[in-house]
Design a binder for this molecule. Structure first.
Ligand code: ATP
Ligand code: MG
Length: 372
């Protein structure tokens, strides 16, 4: 996959900017707060229809403007493709080759990206919510059905919570409506659980050898998907449903008493171990960093395996933070196969090989210039 050109209109601190990119590594150099991350974010947004930093789409609109637009000319397995993404006060819309997509889940995945940013350390250290978000985003960009089911699940959970709250207040014992919603929820929840389990297995398959190699053979990484609802066989949809039915049936009076949905994919987690020790609890800073890096690099392979081509890699402020060995490893992995966008405040932190081959841009107060 490639992005040849991008055009930003009223996006963050960009008024109007059009740029052409190189096929290999593109480096954005600039001081703090000039718009480097904003540029990578725009590429992320055009691919995934949301920002990696903010859940509030309107923050992307340049101050005092009504709407924001990102346009790219890209190339994927199907050939040339043009994407438009527009955020206005009313919401967001995505177009593929000029055609507006009714559902954003149909828009997402036209181009794939993998972003590695300093906050990705939180993937290992942070709350389960961050890891769920990671799974949802990565899985969502290779599976439109997953995205669709996930958004449905979210809606059902909301309805169900409203109902549970209402039943709690009224001390109701009429479960008719709740049972209907539970059935609908389980349909989605079981699908999501199975997909997440498969994704974790796939990701682990790619991440283990990468991690082993970065740690020079010393560390064995393991990934484990931990559904909040224990299921006997994560790979079997009908068994998952039966297990979920049993569990929700057993707990429904408690759910009414508490006035909320107590279990389900919205409470799942992902665990990482190195040599059988929990990385979140016992891992050193370096091990946590390596784990996050291994996961991101594994995603590149996973996407390649699933969609048949490499995603676009976005590295925000991380290359210069990796030591020489990890940097070489990363370069080894991308080896001219992956179009990469890198931000840095100083060129000196970059590996010589990157400097030689890259297209270099300077970023200064929302103005981007290509260095010859
Ligand atoms: P650093 O090296 O510190 O990470 P950066 O170059 O990555 O810096 P960005 O995060 O890309 O910086 O840009 C930050 C700038 O963009 C800030 O000065 C901020 O005020 C501006 N900015 C953010 N959102 C908007 C917006 N909606 N409209 C206008 N300007 C914005
Ligand atoms: Mg930045």
């Amino acid at each position: 996959m490639l992005i040849r050109k991008i055009e930003l209109t009223s996006y963050r601190n960009y008024e109007h900017t059009a740029l052409s990119f190189g096929e290999k590594v593109n480096v954005f150099i600039g001081e703090n707060a000039q718009g480097k991350t904003n540029l990578l974010e725009a590429i992320y947004v055009i691919a995934l229809a949301k920002s990696h930093r903010s859940s509030k789409d309107k923050e992307l609109i340049r101050f005092d403007k009504d709407f924001s637009r990102v346009h790219v000319e890209a190339e994927n397995r199907t050939g040339q493709v043009e994407l438009d993404f527009i955020i206005s006060q009313k919401g967001k819309r995505g177009k593929i080759n000029g055609l507006e997509q009714k559902r954003l889940s149909d828009y997402v995945g036209t181009i794939n990206v993998v972003m590695f940013a300093p906050e990705d350390l939180e993937l290992v250290k942070g709350s389960p919510q961050i890891r769920r978000r990671f799974i949802d985003i990565e899985l969502g960009q290779i599976s439109p059905v997953y995205l669709y089911e996930l958004s449905h699940y979210g809606k059902i959970i909301k309805q169900r919570n409203v109902l549970l709250k209402d039943m709690q207040i009224k001390r109701s014992t009429d479960f008719t409506m709740l049972d209907i919603l539970t059935d609908q929820m389980i349909e989605r929840a079981a699908f999501i659980t199975k997909k997440r389990a498969e994704f974790t297995t796939q990701l682990e398959k790619w991440a283990v050898p990468i991690h082993q190699s970065i740690s020079r053979g010393k560390e064995a990484l393991r990934l484990e998907y931990i559904p909040s609802l224990e299921v006997s066989d994560k790979g079997n949809l009908s068994k998952i449903k039966v297990d979920m039915q049993t569990r929700y049936e057993a707990k429904k009076t408690e759910e009414v008493r508490r006035g909320t949905t107590l279990f389900g994919p919205h409470r799942d987690d992902l665990a990482f171990t190195i040599n059988d020790l929990d990385v979140q609890k016992y891992g050193s800073q370096g091990q946590q960093r390596t784990t996050a890096l291994s996961l991101k690099l594994a995603e590149i392979d996973l996407i390649h395996d699933e969609v048949g081509e490499f995603p676009i890699l976005l590295l925000d402020d991380v290359l210069s933070e990796l030591d020489d060995y990890r940097q070489s490893h990363l370069l080894e992995t991308i080896q001219n196969r992956v179009q990469t966008f890198v931000t840095t405040t100083s060129i000196s932190g970059l590996h010589e090989r990157v400097r030689e081959e890259a297209c270099i841009f300077t970023v200064n107060q929302g103005e981007v210039k290509r260095m010859e």
